[in-house]
Design a protein around this ligand. Structure first.
Ligand code: ADP
Length: 164
């Protein structure tokens, strides 16, 4: 039987930390499904379609990965896919409490679903989509923190937002 993991998140936008985690997961799983949460409540900078496409582009040439958008309960989506492993990333200690709460809630909703935590490379340990957007919005360089296509999309987005 194929070992498949779902890696859910907002990915607004995908960073090199996310990519690092996906590549690490591919060493353990036969397939990884990156599941982009539509999350309108979070008012993302990029819409779901843009977020999906940025990941697909960033992972071009990487096999055994698929990317799709989802909404609703993650446990329902996992059941629909027949997947029993959820992948989440742990960076600094600050992630722990929220991630534990989320994992236990998902376990309550579906006993058969296990959450697996992975750590990124040390250089991405303090990297988040939020910090990347913050820097880019003030014209700061995000070189090396996000894939090149994302860097371009951020520049474009903020130029448009600022109406330049
Ligand atoms: P969410 O809104 O679900 O937290 P994110 O896109 O922010 O969505 O993150 C998705 C997952 O990836 C989370 O488990 C988060 O902890 C993890 N993650 C985010 N940034 C990094 C990083 N730099 N290194 C490793 N994991 C990360």
């Amino acid at each position: 039987m194929k070992k498949i993991a779902i890696y859910p998140g907002t990915f607004d936008p995908v960073t090199n930390g996310h990519i690092d985690l996906i590549k690490r997961a591919l060493l353990m799983f036969d397939e990884v499904i990156v599941a982009v949460a539509t999350n309108p409540k979070k008012e993302p900078l990029f819409n779901a379609e843009e977020r999906v496409w940025m990941i697909i582009e960033a992972l071009s040439g990487v096999e055994r990965v698929s990317v799709e958008a989802f909404d609703g309960l993650l446990v329902d989506y996992a059941k629909l896919k027949g997947v029993k492993a959820l992948l989440r990333g742990l960076r600094a200690v600050s992630d722990f409490e929220f991630e534990l709460q989320l994992a236990l809630m998902n376990r309550k909703l579906d006993q058969n679903l296990e959450t697996i935590f992975m750590m990124p490379s040390l250089r991405y340990i303090f990297l988040s989509s939020t910090i990347v957007k913050e820097a880019a919005s003030f014209g700061g360089s995000v070189d090396g923190l996000v894939p090149v296509n994302v860097e371009r999309a951020l520049m474009e987005k903020y130029r448009v937002t600022k109406g330049e």
